[in-house]
Design a protein around this ligand. Structure first.
Ligand SMILES: Cc1ncc(C[n+]2csc(CCOP(=O)(O)OP(=O)(O)O)c2C)c(N)n1
Length: 321
């Protein structure tokens, strides 16, 4: 990974974490409502995967604010969406779980666990049919690998050799359920082994995620069919704002906090890329300013109009002939 990419990944991770803490704060004050799932602790995976997969369509889950930003969507538009404002990326209609921007090939933000996987497979089918350069990246949690939609998606993607990367974000918990209580093993990639090549990666190691996703993107674009990566990481916060997370021990959380992906990236910038403390601090300050600007923009933006409430509810009928 070159220095510019490493710097960009660090900056986006720092921005992402600050963004999430700001979202938490504004949820507490009531400016953000509905559900809010934070990604703190998982920034290496979210940012590096998006930066590496620069040539294709992305389908992901409700824990997607940082992914949307890393994909290139303005932090202002993401924060305004969380605030339910008209200037939000989904015009205030989606909220935290439904960030959607076709101009960045970012199709959610899906609230249904594993529900986006068949959609992603459908998109991969379309891309193959169109002979497009685009591959598809589908990100999902360990919990999603227990649903029928997951197995159906792997099956058809492999039978039809579709250009899709299945990226499992294994943070060990599906709300309060530890993965080995509902699956016979910790490594969910084992479920994909009969269907496609699989790879495991340390999800807190941004360069490792970046390289693995780049390689996988190249693989699917060459027409070899689907591929599966499992990245191991940990979320520091509860499942959502309504979850106090009492099912995890303090000791377990401390172990993972010591594996902080941002501190790790910072160390790398200093040691491998010879960046000074002042240079790193400047990036952090830039991230602070971007988040402050995003919050101000969101707070000052208008609400959607009530008389537009039913727009986009039904598709416009297209008449042929
Ligand atoms: C089909 C379906 N079942 C149940 C739920 C409720 N639910 C929301 S998130 C979640 C846990 C998912 O865990 P995982 O896939 O590991 O993702 P993570 O939250 O850890 O990122 C559940 C059960 C849902 N949204 N959709």
């Amino acid at each position: 990974m070159d220095k510019l990419t490493a710097e960009d990944i660090f900056y986006t991770m720092a921005l992402g974490r600050r963004f999430e803490y700001a979202a938490k704060e504004h949820y507490m004050t009531g400016e953000i409502s509905g559900f809010l799932h934070l990604d703190i602790g998982q920034e290496a995976l979210s940012v590096a995967a998006m930066k590496a997969f620069d040539h294709g369509d992305v389908f992901t889950t409700y824990r997607e604010h940082i992914m949307a930003i890393a994909r290139g969507i303005e932090p202002k538009a993401v924060m305004a969406e969380l605030f339910g404002k008209k200037t939000g990326v989904s015009e205030g209609r989606g909220g935290s779980m439904h960030l959607f921007d076709p101009s960045h090939f970012f199709y959610g933000g899906d609230a249904i666990v594993g529900g986006h996987l068949p959609n992603a497979v459908g998109c991969a089918y379309a891309r193959k049919f169109q002979k497009s350069e685009h591959g598809v990246l589908a990100v999902f949690g360990d919990g999603a690998t227990n649903g029928g939609a997951f197995f159906e998606s792997l099956n058809i993607a492999s039978a039809w050799k579709l250009p899709i990367l299945f990226l499992c974000e294994n943070n060990r918990y599906a709300i309060g359920t530890e993965i080995t209580r509902v699956a016979p093993f910790l490594e969910q990639a084992k479920k994909a082994e009969p269907y496609m090549p699989t790879k495991e990666v340390d999800g807190n190691d941004a360069p490792a995620v970046y390289e693995a996703v780049k390689e996988a993107q190249d693989y699917i674009q060459k027409g070899h069919g689907p591929i599966f990566i499992e990245a191991f990481t940990y979320r520091w916060e509860g499942h959502s704002m309504s979850d106090p997370g009492t099912y995890r021990s303090q000791e377990e959380m401390e172990i993972w906090k010591r594996k902080d992906p941002i501190e790790r990236m910072k160390k790398l910038l200093k040691e491998r890329y010879i960046m000074s403390d002042a240079q790193i601090e400047a990036l952090e300050k830039k991230a602070d300013a971007a988040v402050e600007e995003a919050v101000q923009f969101a707070a000052q933006s208008p609400e959607p109009e009530v008389d537009e409430l039913f727009d986009y509810v039904f598709a416009e009928e297209v008449r042929h002939g």
